[in-house]
Ligand binder design. Structure first.
Ligand SMILES: NC(=O)c1ccc[n+]([C@@H]2O[C@H](COP(=O)([O-])OP(=O)(O)OC[C@H]3O[C@@H](n4cnc5c(N)ncnc54)[C@H](OP(=O)(O)O)[C@@H]3O)[C@@H](O)[C@H]2O)c1
Length: 227
């Protein structure tokens, strides 16, 4: 059994926590306002879940998830996450996060910024390009004909293997699209962003994208400057 430590427990964090609990993992959740504000979510998730500070969640983690707004980057607990595999769901929304010049000019990517902040961790970009309700709805057991594939990127092959095994546990295949520097391929508004799991405008029936569909959408992604 693995303990998943989550920094952030909102839409995506709570969805990953639910999938992890359902797969038999323990989860430790944290947010910005303190563990007591997560009591209802913890009660809903059941005995495998508990709430803690973000530092405690990081310390408890065998595998960590950072799932906060980009503007919270400076609050990520780098010390207790050192040496650990960290899944990063963060996207850049300038209206929400404020403008970041290096993202606006595409000289870096969000996950490279997370890796720089968590210099001693092994960051894997995951879950950033699927709407949280679709993430909940598309999970399937291994071998199911309609099992979906999630794209992952990272600089450490062993960390990606670890994340792929976790995705398998919670109901997904994994498609490795390379290094963190390739993360622009799944950034906001690209072909491989959340619409990858949508057919046209119908967000009520998500599409269980297989590896081939994921690959084609990743290949069709364009840099903002080329759009
Ligand atoms: N929504 C989606 O479908 C989706 C899909 C893929 C990726 N993403 C990306 O994943 C990230 C999270 O998205 P979300 O929709 O889950 O956001 P959300 O529902 O607003 O949840 C954000 C979580 O981050 C916590 N948080 C904020 N600042 C923090 C800090 N300084 N320290 C610790 N925790 C902090 C919040 O806690 P408090 O409530 O206590 O402030 C909350 O639990 C974003 O970067 C988003 O772009 C979202």
């Amino acid at each position: 059994m693995t303990t998943i430590g989550l920094i952030g427990a909102g839409n995506i964090g709570s969805t990953v926590a639910r999938l992890a609990v359902d797969a038999g993992h323990d989860v430790v959740l944290s947010n910005s306002r303190g563990p007591e504000t997560l009591a209802d979510l913890v009660a809903d998730l059941g005995p495998r879940a508990r709430a803690a500070t973000r530092e405690e969640a990081a310390e408890a983690a065998d595998l960590a998830v950072v799932t906060v707004p980009l503007k919270a980057l400076g609050d990520l607990p780098a010390g207790p996450l050192a040496g650990k595999v960290v899944m990063d769901t963060i996207n850049y929304y300038p209206d929400r996060d404020g403008h970041v010049a290096a993202l606006d000019d595409e000289s870096t990517t969000t996950s490279e910024m997370v890796q720089a902040r968590l210099a001693d961790s092994h960051v894997v970009k995951a879950f950033n390009n699927i709407y949280f309700e679709h993430l909940a709805a598309l999970a399937r057991p291994a071998g199911a004909p309609d099992r979906a594939t999630l794209a992952i990127a990272g600089d450490d092959p062993d960390a990606k293997t670890r994340v792929a095994a976790f995705l398998d546990d919670i109901g997904y295949d994994a498609y490795d699209y390379g290094a963190l520097a390739e993360g622009w391929r799944t950034q906001r508004d690209t072909a491989a962003y959340a619409a990858l799991y949508v057919d046209g405008d119908d967000w009520s029936h998500p599409v269980p994208a297989d590896a081939d569909r994921v690959r084609r959408h990743l290949e069709a992604s364009r840099r903002y400057r080329d759009m």
